[in-house]
Design a protein around this ligand. Structure first.
Ligand code: ATP
Ligand code: MG
Length: 324
């Protein structure tokens, strides 16, 4: 069967980009293949060095996923750090990875451009990601567009390892994109936890309306006709609206006489309605922390069983003896 794997970093609160780019596919795919989804807590160390925040975010990501429809009976859900074999494989991959491969990584360069101070971990992030994917010998990786290059690096490393050590241990995984693969943030750039431009999935009330009303638009006056195609508010509205609602709002943009404030209010209404059920589910999950921990514990055990087998194959292929 096809093995499907993906992860999200607990580097902040989950947002509309994570949902429409990745999580929606993750939930939909759990009815199709053998799915493994994980909370990438070791990855989050590349940009987040606050232990209290990491613990809180990790808990939040777990609650969010379960509230959004991850079914632990269908998908294996675990914390990356509960499968330490991943780090061992990452080391091994780093020794077959050319520097140039990582130097060309666009996501790394983007984070530098945004002023993040890079550490070696941020630079070698794609190597750890390759290990996440390949330790379970996964075939398909549903992600957002920003991760496509990282999957290509993963394929390169799998192929290179197989050739250097003359074994067919790793499949060459494919990526999978949702129709909406790059969601803009409140500033029009890619929505990212680490860019401070997110609309959180589970925000509500005042904080949510404040964020939505703060989306950056151009300076067209109320009476001016406006272009929906270049407007972040419209792009986000389109994620939720029916085709008819979408066309109706587009017509109002083009006609003039509608301010951006009104479009933002329409977007706000859509967000609130869309996630209402998940919000209720989340509130009931919060009351049962033992359940969430148990899901992650069982998930880690399953993932680890597979990981151990892969690592033994790798160690044998690379000239190590079985551990005592
Ligand atoms: P960070 O800023 O810490 O990198 P992030 O917001 O980019 O956080 P990740 O945890 O790195 O989130 O990514 C989780 C998943 O969400 C990945 O599959 C990624 O491709 C997807 N994703 C993130 N941002 C967007 C976006 N703006 N549009 C579509 N998909 C996205
Ligand atoms: Mg990211």
């Amino acid at each position: 069967p096809t093995r499907i794997l993906s992860g999200v970093q607990p580097s902040g609160k989950l947002h509309l980009g994570n949902y429409f780019g990745a999580i929606r596919q993750h939930i939909a795919l759990q009815n199709t293949g053998e799915c493994f989804y994980f909370i990438a807590d070791y990855h989050s160390m590349t940009t987040l060095q606050d232990p209290t925040a990491r613990l809180a975010n990790t808990r939040d990501v777990a609650l969010d996923y379960l509230a959004l429809g991850l079914d632990p009976n269908k998908a294996t859900f675990y914390r990356q750090s509960d499968v330490p074999e991943v780090c061992e494989l990452a080391w091994i991959f780093s020794t077959v990875c050319n520097m140039g491969l990582l130097e060309r990584a666009v996501s790394y360069k983007d984070k530098l451009d945004k002023g993040l101070e890079p550490n070696v971990g941020l630079f070698s992030y794609p190597v750890l990601m390759a290990a996440d994917i390949l330790i379970l010998r996964s075939h398909l990786v549903p992600v957002g567009k920003d991760q496509v290059q990282h999957i290509e690096i993963t394929r390169d490393l799998a192929d290179r390892f197989n050739r250097v050590y003359n074994r067919e241990i790793f499949p060459l995984p494919e990526y999978r994109l949702d129709a909406e693969s790059r969601i803009p943030g409140t500033d029009g750039e890619k929505m990212s936890k680490s860019y401070g431009n997110t609309i959180e999935i589970f925000a509500e009330g005042k904080p949510l309306s404040k964020t939505v009303m703060g989306i950056v638009t151009d300076s067209a006056k109320l009476e001016d006709p406006k272009n929906p195609e270049t407007c972040t508010v419209f792009a986000l509205y389109s994620l939720f609206a029916t085709p008819l609602e979408r066309e109706q709002l587009a017509d109002r943009y083009r006609a003039g006489g509608m301010g951006y404030g009104e479009a933002k209010k329409a977007l706000l209404g859509q967000i609130e309605a869309y996630f209402e059920e998940a919000r209720e589910k989340r509130k009931s999950l919060v009351r049962d922390p033992g359940y969430v921990e148990e899901v992650l514990r069982v998930g880690a055990k399953k993932a680890r069983e597979v990981a151990k087998v892969t690592l033994e194959l790798v160690r044998e292929a690379t000239g190590f003896i079985a551990r005592p």
